[in-house]
Design a protein around this ligand. Structure first.
Ligand code: COA
Length: 229
């Protein structure tokens, strides 16, 4: 389990070298107050302009994601560059790098790797089971598998599958450029944190996937690498 350092807003929570890239967690402040100009000044010019037009939690999360990316660039020894978003919301990394972002109210996480192969990252809560989620995000086969587990394991297993699917989406959407539904991919969690992806449609099956998940405190962090075959 990865244990983040205690929360001091706008500081690094963790830096972790994962199989799919460097993952950086960044503490966010409580609440949706406008981000302090001193913090905005840590962004590159183009990112700052984008952030200044955002409001509330959206602004806090965007800034946190970009500051986490900046730390990851430093860890990889590459020059800092502005990371804006494409028309679908995906981050546009500088040439030669790939990356992905996820956030919760108090934490932003960026995953960055060298290369051109798509990566995705996602962070999900495990503490509050939400009725109806399993039926919405799992295929009938996955639902059947989850229901064979002891009740205490069912929610966590659902969250792992959900998180990995979100990471898959982030890893392949920039290439596929189409919405991929939760029923188009199955996730088979491994007890060792290495998960198997089964694509149920041809354009998704045209990728080779590697997927993993780990605990960050009481949350699940998933990462995915998707390489066109
Ligand atoms: C896009 C989506 C995956 C984002 O996940 P989320 O849980 O809402 O939010 P997260 O905090 O985890 O991630 C937000 C980040 O995702 C990234 N993102 C948004 N759209 C993206 C896209 N089309 N491709 C890649 N990354 C994207 C952005 O970096 C964003 O952060 P930023 O705006 O600060 O840069 C989700 O909203 C969605 O549409 N899911 C439905 C589709 C799906 O997951 N299908 C699974 C089948 S494989």
């Amino acid at each position: 389990m990865i244990q983040p350092t205690p929360a001091l807003p706008w500081t690094t929570a963790f830096v972790y070298a994962l199989p799919h890239g460097v993952a950086v967690g960044y503490h966010l402040p409580e609440g949706p107050d406008p981000v302090d100009p001193e913090i905005l000044a840590r962004l590159t010019g183009a990112e700052r302009t984008h952030a200044e037009a955002l409001r509330g939690y959206r602004q806090v999360q965007f800034v946190g994601g970009r500051l986490a990316l900046a730390v990851a660039f430093g860890e990889l020894g590459t020059r800092r560059a502005p990371v804006l978003t494409d028309e679908h919301g995906a981050p546009i990394l500088p040439e030669g790098l790939v990356g992905s972002i996820t956030h919760k109210q108090d934490l932003a996480v960026a995953l960055v790797a060298r290369g051109r192969v798509g990566v995705g990252v996602d962070l999900e809560e495990t503490t509050r089971p939400r009725p109806g989620v399993a039926e919405r995000v799992l295929t009938p086969r996955e639902l059947e598998a989850v229901r064979t587990l002891v009740p205490s394991r069912q929610w966590v297993d659902t969250v792992v599958r959900f998180s990995v699917k979100e990471s898959v989406y982030k890893a392949i959407h920039p290439t596929l450029q189409r919405y991929v539904g939760f029923g188009e991919v199955e996730v088979w969690p491994g007890t060792d944190g290495v998960d198997r992806i089964e694509a149920l449609v041809p354009d998704v099956a045209a990728f080779t996937f590697e997927a993993r998940h780990a605990w960050i405190g009481e949350r699940i962090l998933s990462t995915v690498r998707a390489e066109p075959k």
